[in-house]
Design a protein around this ligand. Sequence first.
Ligand SMILES: [Zn+2]
Length: 131
Amino acid sequence: MLESTKGSQLYSILNQKCPVCQEGDYYINRQAYNLKTFDKSHTHCSYCNHKFEIENGFFFGAMYVSYGLSIAIAVALFMATYVLFPETPYYAYIFIIIIGIVLFTPIAFRLSRIIWMNLFSSYGKREIFNK
Ligand SMILES: [Zn+2]
């Protein structure tokens, strides 16, 4: 997928690859909606041995990214409902947005971790504090 963007952070994010070498997978299972394994990830890159959790609690910061993604989905669902079904009562908006965010949760979880890692690592470069 998107082979032409290799070397960019977008490639790592969309393909769920190691942010440093973009060869090794971050998640054990590529299926986001397998609810038993959607959150299971490797501790180190299988290709370059990059340690993904560069310090304890590193992925707590991914919650901020996940929050931003969920807000983006809520706004998109609101706008789509408003444009496509202008007569929708207000309580239906709440129901649609809640259902949409719940269904989007596995993808938001996975995307937010990859985006968070890419904020601190880049292609071909390790962080100075990651041995
Ligand atoms: Zn790697």
